[in-house]
Design a protein around this ligand. Structure first.
Ligand code: COA
Length: 149
């Protein structure tokens, strides 16, 4: 009988995953990186949101997907969702999303946001499929702090 189990597994992201995760993000168009994605702020994010960010690994333990997940006490955020091209279309993006949303719900978080580059129509299609809807009445504004200048 054929083995119907997926050839990937999902587990929490740890600080030790940083190099592999960062390499995946760098190789993934649609994921925008800046100095906030360097090792120290990423480790701080993981410490502030324990257990919520996830990686997907193949049968040899190689990282083939990643997503940052956190919340600020009220809103949840998913960032830098990436699945390696060879692993796409097998339900890994959905599993990462659903596990993150379940964990946020378990912590009493009512809503989750995702920021998408305006020209990333493929990602928008994926997020719609995951049940996310655009907020036409909102836009993102941003500036640097003194630490970012
Ligand atoms: C978007 C991405 C994460 C999807 O990962 P994936 O593992 O291929 O997705 P899944 O196989 O879990 O697909 C889940 C569902 O979304 C659908 N889907 C996947 N990509 C889609 C797309 N571009 N448009 C519409 N639907 C899509 C699938 O058909 C599937 O539907 P179903 O479960 O109802 O049958 C992956 O393509 C990726 O890494 N893209 C580049 C990085 C990126 O742009 N990230 C977003 C940053 S905001």
């Amino acid at each position: 009988m054929a083995d119907a189990s997926p050839d990937f597994a999902v587990r929490p992201m740890t600080a030790a995953d940083y190099d592999a995760v960062h390499a995946l993000w760098q190789a993934t168009p649609g994921v925008g990186l800046d100095p906030s994605d360097e090792r120290a702020p990423t480790e701080r994010y993981l410490q502030r949101n324990p257990g919520l960010s996830l990686v997907g690994v193949d049968s040899e333990g190689k990282i083939i997907a990643a997503v940052l997940c956190g919340h600020d006490g009220r809103r949840g955020y998913l960032s830098h969702m990436a699945v390696a091209p060879a692993a796409r279309g097998a339900g890994l993006g959905r599993q990462l999303t659903e596990q993150c949303l379940a964990a946020l719900a378990g912590q009493g978080v009512l809503k989750c946001n995702v920021r998408i580059f305006a020209d990333n129509h493929a990602a928008a299609g994926f997020w719609r499929r995951m049940g996310f809807a655009p907020r036409q009445d909102l836009s993102v504004m941003q500036r640097t702090t003194a630490a970012g200048e």
